[in-house]
Write a protein that binds this ligand. Structure first.
Ligand code: UD1
Ligand code: CA
Length: 448
């Protein structure tokens, strides 16, 4: 079976400078929801692009074939621009790039009906409460399919029909090829409608889906927000079933790509996105955002921001920490308030609890990083590395002017500016010696 995804439309109602199908739902472009589903059913998938095709092309995986519809003259016209793709001897499944949540299961069911009944076309339909905007399925008194009328072409007698066209069909290749050229554009929008192919075919089957969410189209940002909400609810429901505690589902946002282990507790106002994997028995949040990161079992992340960070088990982060790309925190590390880490590895049991910036650095096992420590990694031209060994004690308010190395077991005095390497087991002091002038205040101000 071949699969053709229509995605050339302007998406006028999105009021956007980007093509509609690159807008994201739960972190993934609309078109890629459909492409991913299609990929599970067939290796032969093509997409019709048109409006701002260059932008849409960029988000598509390489294995999909691309056809260009130069002018967007309607859904039938879009299929015509991919005529070479359609094989008269094979079925072709048509999907819309703006109907993202269609499932593999439903499509398989539809294929099944199609083949068993030897249909020319099988249309997926749904009954929904508010059919505004969708094409309506018109039937005769016996319930036999007659045609689909677009919302804009409806007359009053059909306005209350609640069975809608999902925009998803499977055609016999030959039937589609024969009927397509007969479609005209005599309608409210002056477009060539793919739906007008159906009354030209003899054996039209319909399949009513029992999950209308699957066939909801995104034409407006309101619809996008609606699907985002529904999807989020489903993701959280799945987590709850799998043994994750979500204290307040209302204020928690988790994308569909996220994985969370058993007995982890997610506190309110927490946002977990992208390819994030969280282990078991963790405490996440409140007020935390985690994007594309990995967190090991038994870690605790409070009021913090993580982006492309790798955190092992038993780690404590926050409150108010920021882990940026390339942060690696090994087992038992503790990172506290107002600590920022970027492109740095903190080996086992490193503690950096207060007011610190660690960038382009490697910090050895068991080292204690005092409050206010800063790696001065940027010299105005390039980033330089800081290397700190194991079991080093770094006094508070230390600055490491990189590149610089501090070997194992060294001790750096508080308030030091370290510009040169520190050998193993040494004490390094890089600050002005304290001067005390006894009685100076009284002499200066006069005795009271
Ligand atoms: C379409 C259906 C409608 C159905 C609804 C389901 C037609 C005529 N109408 O209406 O019956 O209820 O979807 O969501 O098919 N596209 C192109 N080239 C074009 C026009 C559209 O590739 O020239 C693509 C769009 O990018 C989109 C899809 O086809 O992915 C549907 O187009 P859209 O304009 O959104 O159709 P609807 O009005 O939603
Ligand atoms: Ca649509």
């Amino acid at each position: 079976m071949k699969i053709l995804i229509l995605a050339a439309g302007l998406g006028k109602r999105m009021n956007s400078k980007y093509p509609k199908v690159v807008h994201k739902l739960s972190g993934r472009e609309l078109i890629n929801w459909v492409v991913e589903t299609a990929g599970k059913l067939s290796n032969d998938v093509a997409v019709v692009l048109g409006h701002k095709a260059d932008i849409a092309k960029e988000v598509l995986p390489e294995w999909v074939e691309i056809f260009i519809q130069k002018e967007q003259l309607g859904t039938a016209h879009a299929v015509m621009s991919a005529l070479d793709f359609i094989d008269p001897d094979d079925d072709v499944l048509i999907l819309y790039g703006d109907v993202p949540l269609i499932s593999v299961g439903t499509l398989e069911k539809m294929m099944d009906v199609h083949r068993k009944r030897g249909a020319d076309v099988t249309v997926l339909t749904a009954i929904i409460d508010d059919p505004t905007g969708y094409g309506r399925v018109i039937r005769d008194e016996e319930g036999k399919f007659l045609r689909i009328i677009e919302d804009k072409d409806l007359d009053e007698s059909h306005r209350n029909v609640r069975e809608i066209n999902s925009g998803i069909y499977v055609f016999k290749g030959i039937s589609l090829l024969e009927a397509l050229p007969k479609v005209n554009n005599d309608n409210a929008q002056g477009e060539y409608y793919l739906t007008d192919v159906l009354p030209l075919l003899e054996n039209v089957e319909t399949l009513l889906t029992d999950d209308p969410v699957e066939i909801m189209g995104v034409n407006t940002r309101k619809q996008l927000a609606f699907l985002e909400k529904i999807l989020k609810e489903r993701v959280i429901e799945r987590l709850l079933e799998n043994g994750v505690t979500v204290i307040d589902p209302e204020t928690t946002y988790i994308q569909s790509t996220v994985k969370v282990g058993k007995d982890t507790v997610i506190y309110p106002m927490t946002f977990i996105e992208g390819h994030t994997i969280i282990g078991e028995d963790c405490e996440i949040g409140p007020m935390t955002r985690i994007v594309d990161s990995e967190i090991g079992d038994g870690s605790k992340i409070v009021r913090s921001e993580l982006y492309m960070a790798f955190v092992e088990g038993g780690v404590s982060v926050g409150p108010y920490s920021r882990l940026r790309e390339g942060s690696v925190l090994r087992k038992g590390v503790r990172v506290g308030n107002f600590v920022e880490v970027k492109k740095a590895t903190l080996e086992e049991k490193v503690a950096a609890q207060h007011l610190t910036y660690i960038g382009d650095a490697h910090i050895g096992k068991g080292t204690n990083v005092g409050a206010g420590t800063i790696t001065c990694n940027y010299d105005g031209f390039k980033k330089n590395p800081t290397f700190i060994g194991e079991n080093v004690f770094i006094g508070s308010d230390t600055e490491f002017v990189a590149p610089v190395r501090v070997e194992d077991d060294a001790l750096v005095g508080a308030g030091s500016i370290i510009t040169g390497d520190v050998p193993k087991g040494s004490l390094a002091l890089g600050r002005a010696r304290q001067v005390v002038k006894e009685g100076w205040v009284y002499r200066k101000r006069g005795k009271r």
